[in-house]
Write a protein that binds this ligand. Structure first.
Ligand SMILES: C[C@](O)(CO)[C@H](O)COP(=O)(O)OP(=O)(O)OC[C@H]1O[C@@H](n2ccc(N)nc2=O)[C@H](O)[C@@H]1O
Ligand SMILES: Nc1ncnc2c1ncn2[C@@H]1O[C@H](COP(=O)(O)OP(=O)(O)OP(=O)(O)O)[C@@H](O)[C@H]1O
Length: 290
């Protein structure tokens, strides 16, 4: 039995999110910017030599077979030796159904770390393609760069975002993504915008915001609470909302004032995923930890 290794699975925010159209298969075409964060879940992996992929932690409401970490490992397994197996445990900190990409990031970290541990030898393009089969948000976490995204979220262009701190408020509502994309009141024909327009500050709206606010009053209330402190936004399909501020102490003070019944986290925006740093230190012979 080998030792456990620990791998970061960072959260993301969508700094804006438009829907520009729809594919023949019903999936929506987006324009968005993924801002990676310096915090998230931690994935623990311990190699096995009996070919078994097993989960050794619990996740409320998600059986092992449906867990994206198990599904990711099974998807990669045909590229590994027959006896390659793994035990997977997750320290879950990213709220589920929060629009912070938790499940997708967990899956990406399993793909990237196991590709190395099992010696599969897949390159980043191949891992991103595999990941896309698990969810539209997986490729950005595999590639590990904050990015402008188009297509269903898989056509990625890295962008260098200015250093910012984020206060992320979880109004404790879990919003399932699928039904929101089906909402009849959703605007599906935003005129295409550009990276320079985004970088000039012209794009800050999230197409899901009016729909989620109307269906989940706690989300509307959290957006309103943040209003005096910046331009509050919804991330992904919600339910988490956020503002950005320039300094950590401002962020900490605001988070400390979060009303009872909700929770607030402070995170720093990063242009490069902590997963990439863990991979580099693993390659250099150090044990990854987070
Ligand atoms: C809202 C975002 O989080 C923004 O980053 C993503 O677009 C959602 O990504 P995700 O959670 O990885 O979504 P998936 O698990 O791939 O899809 C969940 C469901 O949302 C719908 N879906 C998702 C992504 C997309 N571009 N168009 C869609 O219509 C599909 O009905 C799909 O069955
Ligand atoms: N490892 C996992 N972590 C979280 N959710 C998982 C995991 N595996 C499966 N799921 C399922 O996926 C659903 C969506 O979870 P997730 O936390 O990724 O949502 P989200 O943050 O809203 O994602 P997105 O920003 O991609 O819309 C959960 O409600 C859960 O049923």
């Amino acid at each position: 039995m080998t030792e456990w290794t620990a791998w970061p699975a960072p959260a993301k925010l969508n700094l804006f999110l438009h829907i520009t159209g729809r594919r023949a298969d019903g999936y929506h075409l987006l324009q968005t910017v993924f801002q990676l964060l310096d915090r998230g879940d931690t994935i623990h992996l311990r190699l096995r030599t009996d070919g078994v992929v097993a989960r050794s932690s619990e996740l409320a409401g998600v059986p092992a077979e449906a867990d994206l970490v198990v599904r990711a490992a099974r998807l990669l397994k045909p590229h590994a030796a027959e006896q390659a197996g793994v035990d997977i445990a997750v320290d879950k900190r990213i709220p589920m159904g929060g629009g912070l990409g938790g499940g997708s990031s967990d899956a990406a970290s399993v793909l990237v770390a196991l590709n190395r541990l099992w010696g599969c030898g897949l390159d980043q393009d191949a891992l991103a393609r595999l990941g896309l089969g698990l969810g539209a948000d997986v490729p950005v976490f595999v590639r590990g760069r904050s990015a402008w995204a188009e297509g269903v979220g898989e056509e990625l262009t890295p962008v260098e975002l200015p250093p910012r701190w984020f206060v992320i408020v979880d109004p404790r509502v879990s919003v399932p993504t699928g039904p929101l994309f089906q909402a009849p009141e959703l605007t599906r024909a935003a005129p295409p915008t550009t990276i320079p327009r985004f970088l000039a500050g012209a794009e800050t709206s999230n197409v899901f915001e009016p729909v989620v606010s109307a269906r989940y009053p706690a989300v509307a209330a959290a957006l309103k609470w943040l209003e005096p402190y910046g331009r509050p936004r919804l991330s992904g399909s919600g339910g988490c909302v956020f503002v950005d501020v320039a300094a950590e102490d401002q962020a900490l003070a605001l988070a400390a004032a979060c009303p009872q019944g909700w929770s607030a986290q402070v995170a720093r925006g990063v242009n490069r995923s902590p997963l990439q740093a863990a991979l580099d230190s693993f390659s250099a012979g150090a044990s990854p930890s987070w």
